[in-house]
Design a protein around this ligand. Structure first.
Ligand SMILES: [Ca+2]
Ligand SMILES: [Ca+2]
Length: 494
């Protein structure tokens, strides 16, 4: 009996982390624009923590925070100190509280890790620059960066010297780190250790991995493997997702690394296959299916990380030309979420926020109805909210928000959507029937890409509908093996 109790205790202790290790509905948050807690108008960690109920109720089980470390910029991709929290966002204690609160709710939390470059005023760079400017050239920090006496296409002259430093993001004031330096590698090891074990985050979003070694995929992959090994040693099972903003062929090379996931850029934005399958005169379910199959063939051993938009791209509503077409906006979120892997939703996309052009326009204040919005990020040139705010949408069963919530919960109800091996059972120009299977269990996903016409699909015998996700009034019907799909319907059968 005692032994049984001990076993149960062990199982209970294991359960939450086992659950949290398999989060597949991720939510990207720009802390600055999400929720302010202290009245200065700038979003912060405490504010974000106060919205965890909302995030959890929506069915998001993973959080990716854009950079939270001290930085001179509002976006914070140029880091001044890799082991602290920017005072605008709060303190390390606030971050520890947020991590604990997330874990209590079964939410995994990862943070952005920009290690390709630092801020120009990072103490490492200041020390290196000072040494070179004094012509002593003896600082150990010189080797932290890519200094050379020869100018390259991506180099900047260090004032008062004949030295140049590499800066892949030209004009950003973000000098590239020398990732070959053993000292830099040890710094990075200490940084990932700190966040994973001391603060307790569950992994990282790796910024700008194609710029680690520009135009050198093999060396980038090699460094990614080093990073993964460091994280695995610090916290086994931690999750890494890399930003390689490239097409499928190049992405497939990155996917051969040990990093868990890479953002699926070929699915994203206006030219991505989700939007392409929906725009145009007639629906083209074939575009969706054939691209998914190409992706799975090219990247067989990786957890896909599909998304429609992020902080660097125009938002979904604009990509979809869906300001006046809520059904299209909904179905796009549905089509995104029927892809296997870990789906990433950019904050505000669930309520149809808009934004394009200048970067700050893509990072507007989260539209809460309760009057509790942050100020807009500096440099915003256009502020527009095309769809109602969160409270209004929560109260409207037909809202985009409630559609996204239904989609997220369908994924939680049927984990094989995210984790099963995909087979396309049937498709024509409007209808897609996919099977996802794993360990002898399976589920079927039926989708109608037609915005206006009802469609029929022939499904295997003995299935029943477990989720019926509709963009408008109406419901799917299953008669034996004949499934009737209303326009833009998505149905999960098991
Ligand atoms: Ca604040
Ligand atoms: Ca670099």
């Amino acid at each position: 009996m005692k032994r049984l109790f001990a076993l149960l205790l062990i199982l209970c202790c294991l359960a939450p982390s086992a659950l949290a290790e398999d989060s597949y509905n991720w939510y990207e948050v720009f802390v600055y624009s999400y929720q302010d807690s202290n009245g200065d108008g700038i979003g912060d960690l405490k504010g974000l923590q106060s919205r965890l109920d909302y995030i959890s109720d929506m069915g998001y089980t993973g959080l990716w925070l854009m950079p939270i470390m001290p930085s001179p910029s509002y976006h914070k991709y140029d880091v001044l100190d890799y082991m602290d929290v920017d005072p605008q966002y709060g303190t390390l204690e606030d971050m520890r509280d947020l991590v604990a609160a997330c874990h209590e709710k079964g939410i995994r939390i990862i943070i952005d890790l920009p290690v390709n470059h630092t801020a120009l005023r990072h103490p490492w760079f200041l020390a290196a620059a000072e040494s070179l400017q004094k012509r002593q050239e003896d600082s150990p920090y010189i080797d932290y960066y890519c200094f050379s006496k020869e100018a390259g296409s991506k180099s900047v002259q260090l004032s008062g010297t004949k030295w140049y430093y590499e800066e892949q993001f030209s004009g950003g004031g973000m000098p590239d780190l020398n990732l070959d330096s053993p000292a830099v590698q040890e710094e990075i090891r200490a940084i990932v250790n700190f966040w994973l074990t001391d603060v307790g985050v569950d992994g990282f979003r790796l910024d700008a991995v194609t710029s680690f070694y520009a135009q050198d995929v093999a060396r980038n992959v090699d460094f990614l493997n080093k990073l993964k090994a460091m994280c695995e040693a610090a916290k086994p099972g931690s999750y890494l997702v890399g930003e390689a903003w490239v097409g499928l062929t190049a992405l497939a090379d990155y996917a051969k690394s040990d990093v868990d996931s890479f953002f699926l850029f070929p699915a994203s934005q206006a030219e991505g296959f989700i939007v392409k399958s929906m725009l145009g005169r007639s629906p083209n379910a074939k575009t969706y299916v054939s691209n998914l199959e190409s992706v799975l063939e090219a990247m067989p051993d990786t957890v896909l990380a599909p998304f429609l938009c992020n902080h660097d791209t125009g938002r979904s509503i604009g990509l979809l030309q869906a300001r006046q077409l809520p059904e299209r906006a909904k179905f796009a979120q549905g089509a995104l979420n029927m892809l296997p892997g870990n789906v990433f939703t950019y904050y505000g996309d669930e309520i149809g926020m808009v934004g394009a052009g200048d970067d700050p326009n893509k990072r507007l204040a989260m539209y809460w109805n309760d009057g509790d919005m942050t100020q807009q990020p500096p440099g915003v040139t256009k502020i527009e909210y095309a769809y109602p705010g969160v409270d209004d949408q929560l109260a409207d069963p037909a809202s985009l928000l409630n559609y996204c919530k239904a989609v997220n919960h369908a994924r939680l109800r049927s984990p094989l959507i995210a984790r099963g091996k995909n087979t396309v059972v049937y498709h024509d120009t409007s209808v897609v029937l996919m099977k996802r299977e794993k360990d002898g269990a399976s589920c079927y996903i039926a989708m109608n890409f037609s915005p206006k016409a009802e469609q029929k699909a022939d499904v295997p015998q003995g299935l029943s509908i477990v989720s019926d996700i509709e963009v408008a009034q109406g419901a799917a019907a299953l008669n034996g093996t004949e499934l009737t799909l209303p326009p833009y319907a998505i149905v999960i059968l098991e």
